[in-house]
Design a protein around this ligand. Structure first.
Ligand SMILES: Cc1cc2nc3c(=O)[nH]c(=O)nc-3n(C[C@H](O)[C@H](O)[C@H](O)COP(=O)(O)O)c2cc1C
Length: 302
C-alpha cells in the first residue's frame, strides 16, 4: 500500500483529498459526515462579516458535463458561524475556514475570528464568479491581493491559503502576488463563469443569469492552471476542479498539486467519494510503482 499522507505547509494530512468549499460544509453536522466519509480536511462554506441569504432560485443547474451554480454566497455570517466551529473543536480533522470580503480590513477580522474558533488554516476566497464586490474584483488585482494576504499573515499564526479563479488574464501573476504577500499555499481553481439559456423562454435560467461552472468539464482548465502556477511559485498548490476519480487526482499531482479538493463529485459519486478516490489513487500508485504522493508531484514538467 502506498503512503497517501501529504504536507501543505505546516498542515499534515492523512490523505490528499480535502472537501472543497461550498459543498456540505455550512453546518457542523454535514462537515462531520464528510469527515466520516474520509476527507482529510474540510474547507468550510465561504463566510463573510454579515449573514447573507444568497440569490433567489434557481441557484443550481445540472448540465450535461457539470453543475452551474449561482448560490450568491449564502452564509450565516462569521459571528453565528462560531457555533458550528465550536461543535467541531475536538475534531482531529483540520477545519479550514473559507472567508470572503471586499477589503483587507474585513479579511483580517474574519481570519482572526476563524483562528479563535480553532480553524487549522484560512482559505481566502478571492475568486467567486458571481458575488459582486467580493469575488473577482479582489482576485484579479495583483497589488490589492498582495496587500490583503500580507495583512492577514501579519495578524494570524495559522496558515493562509489563497483560492484563485481561472477567469483572470494571467493566473501565474496573481499566484505570485499571493506568494509575495506570504501565502502558505495556493488553491486553484474556483468555478468558471458560465450561463445556460432556456430556449423556450429565451431567458437565462439562473436567477442571477450567470453562475460558476464546476465538475468534470472544468478539469482540463484546473490542471492547466495548477501546471502553470506550480512551476512559478515556491509554495504548495492544492488542485481543485472536476476531480471525480483517483486518476483525476493523479493528473493534478503530476501537474504540481500536493493535495486536491473535491466538490461537485460529492454530488455525483456521493459522500463516500473521498474513500473511493483514495482507494483508486492507491491502486494506481501500486501498479505504477509509486510509494508516496510527493514522488508524483510535478512529474509532468520533464
Ligand atoms: C454549489 C457550489 C457552491 C460553492 N460555493 C463555494 C464557496 O462558498 N466558496 C468557494 O471558495 N468555492 C465555492 N464553490 C467552488 C468549489 O469549491 C470548487 O472550487 C469548484 O466547484 C470546482 O471544484 P469541483 O469541480 O470539484 O466542484 C462552490 C461550488 C459549488 C458547486
Amino acid at each position: 500500500m502506498a503512503d497517501l499522507s501529504t504536507i501543505i505547509g505546516s498542515l499534515r494530512l492523512k490523505n490528499p483529498t480535502l472537501l472543497a468549499s461550498g459543498i456540505m460544509d455550512e453546518d457542523a453536522g454535514s462537515m462531520q459526515r464528510m469527515i466520516d466519509c474520509g476527507a482529510s480536511a474540510i474547507v468550510t462554506k465561504s463566510i463573510g462579516m454579515q449573514p447573507r441569504e444568497g440569490y433567489a432560485n434557481p441557484t443550481v443547474l445540472e448540465l450535461e458535463y457539470g453543475l452551474l451554480n449561482a448560490m450568491g454566497l449564502p452564509n450565516p455570517g462569521i459571528d453565528q458561524f462560531a457555533q458550528e466551529m465550536k461543535k467541531l473543536q475536538k475534531s482531529k480533522t483540520p477545519i479550514i475556514g473559507s472567508i470572503y470580503a471586499a477589503d483587507a480590513e474585513e479579511f483580517v477580522a474574519l481570519a482572526s475570528k476563524m483562528e479563535q474558533y480553532g480553524a487549522a488554516a484560512v482559505e481566502l476566497n478571492v475568486s467567486c464568479p458571481h458575488a459582486k464586490r467580493y469575488g473577482l474584483e479582489v482576485g484579479c488585482d495583483a497589488t490589492l491581493l498582495q496587500t490583503i494576504v500580507s495583512s492577514v499573515k501579519q495578524q494570524v499564526k495559522i496558515p493562509v491559503f489563497v483560492k484563485l479563479s481561472p477567469s483572470v488574464v494571467n493566473i501565474v501573476e496573481i499566484a505570485q502576488a499571493a506568494e509575495k504577500g506570504n501565502a502558505d499555499a495556493i488553491v486553484a481553481i474556483n468555478t468558471v463563469k458560465g450561463m445556460k439559456i432556456d430556449l423556450e423562454t429565451a431567458h437565462p435560467i439562473l436567477a442571477n443569469r450567470t453562475g460558476g461552472y464546476s465538475g468534470k468539464a472544468i478539469k482540463p482548465i484546473g490542471v492547466r492552471c495548477v501546471y502553470d502556477i506550480a512551476q512559478n511559485v515556491n509554495i504548495p498548490v492544492i488542485g481543485v476542479g472536476g476531480i471525480t476519480t483517483g486518476e483525476d487526482a493523479i493528473e493534478y499531482f503530476m501537474a504540481g498539486a500536493s493535495a486536491v479538493q473535491i466538490g461537485s463529485a460529492v454530488y455525483y459519486r456521493g459522500p463516500d467519494v473521498f474513500r473511493h478516490v483514495c482507494k483508486e489513487i492507491n491502486v494506481w500508485m501500486d501498479t505504477h510503482g509509486y510509494k508516496k504522493i510527493c514522488e508524483l508531484v510535478g512529474v509532468a514538467y520533464q
